[in-house]
Ligand binder design. Sequence first.
Ligand code: PSU
Ligand code: MN
Length: 320
Amino acid sequence: MSASATSALGEILKVSEEVLDAVATDKPVVALESTIYTHGAMGKDLAQEHETLVRSHGGVPAIIGIVDGVPRVGVTPEEIVRMIEDKNVSKVSRRDISYLVGMGLAGHKMNGGTTISGTMVLARLAGIRVFGTGGLGGVHRGGENSMDISADLTELGRTRVAVVSSGSKGFLDIPRTLEFLETQGCLISTFADGRTGNVDFPAFWARDSGCKSPSVVNTEREAASIIFSQEKLGIETGMLFANPIPEEFAIPSEEMQAFIEQAVTESVEKGFTGSKNTPYVLGRLKELTGDRAVVANMALVKSNIVRATNISRELSALLQ
Ligand code: PSU
Ligand code: MN
C-alpha cells in the first residue's frame, strides 16, 4: 500500500499506537471481535479477561469494533463496557461498516459490535493476520430456501485473515456450511492434537459433528506456516482453523439437540430472522441449559484465543 493510501485510510480507521507499532514490527497481534461482547450475553468483564489472556501468552490484543461511529482497532475493555450498556448497539458485518461510519461523519454517532465478518474486514485493513474467537456463523437450517447464510462465510472467501474458532453451532446446517466454504475457497483445518483416523469439523459445544474436517493440523507452527505461505503466494482468501472445545467442557450433541430444536422453532415462530436470529437462539439456549452452554462458550473462546496467540507468535518468528 502506498504511503498516501495508508494515510487516507488512517484518517478514518483508528488503530491504537500499540497495535500500529506491533503490526509494523511483525509482533504477534491477535484480533478479537466485539459482537461476542455486545450481543453474546456473557458479562461485562470478558473483554478485559481476553486482553489479559493474549498478553500472558506473549501477544498484543486488538479488539475491533465501531465506537461512536469510528472504526477502531484496539478498542479498550472500558469502551467495550460502555458499548454493552448502550441498548442501541448494533451488530456489524461487512455490509454495515460504512453505514455506521458514514452516519458518524454526518453526526449520528452509533456503536457497533463487529461480527467475524466485520472484524475480518477491519483486521485486514490494519494488517492483522490472526483472529481468535468462538463460533463461526454458517448456513442456517433451511438456508437453501431462506438464503440465510452468514456473511462470515463469504468474508472467509475474500479476506486474508486466519480465524481460530470452535466450528459452527449445532443449530446451523454444518454439511452445507462446509460445502459453501469449499466453494468460497476457504481452507478449513482442524487441530487434531495427535488424534488419528477421522477428525470431525467441530460443532462448537460438541467436539464431533458427524462431518469430517477437510484437513487437519497438529501444531501451531504448522498453522503459522500455512498462513505464511498464503501471504507469500498472495492468495487473498481467509483461512479457518477449527479448535475443538476442551474435552472437560464439551456437551454431547445428543444432549444439546432437544434444546436446539426448541430454540430454533421458537425463533421461527417469533419471527427472529436475519441478524437477529443468532442472538435470539443463543439467549434462549442460555436460559434452557441453565448456564452450562455459556460456561462452555466462555471456555472455548479462551482456548481459541490462546491458540490464536500461539499461532501468531509462531508466525512472528517466521516473519523475522
Ligand atoms: N456464534 C457464536 N457466538 C457469537 C456469534 C456466532 O457462537 O457471538 C456471532 C459472531 O460474531 C458471528 C455472528 O460472526 O454471530 C454471526 O451472525 P450471523 O449468523 O447473523 O451471521
Ligand atoms: Mn444471517
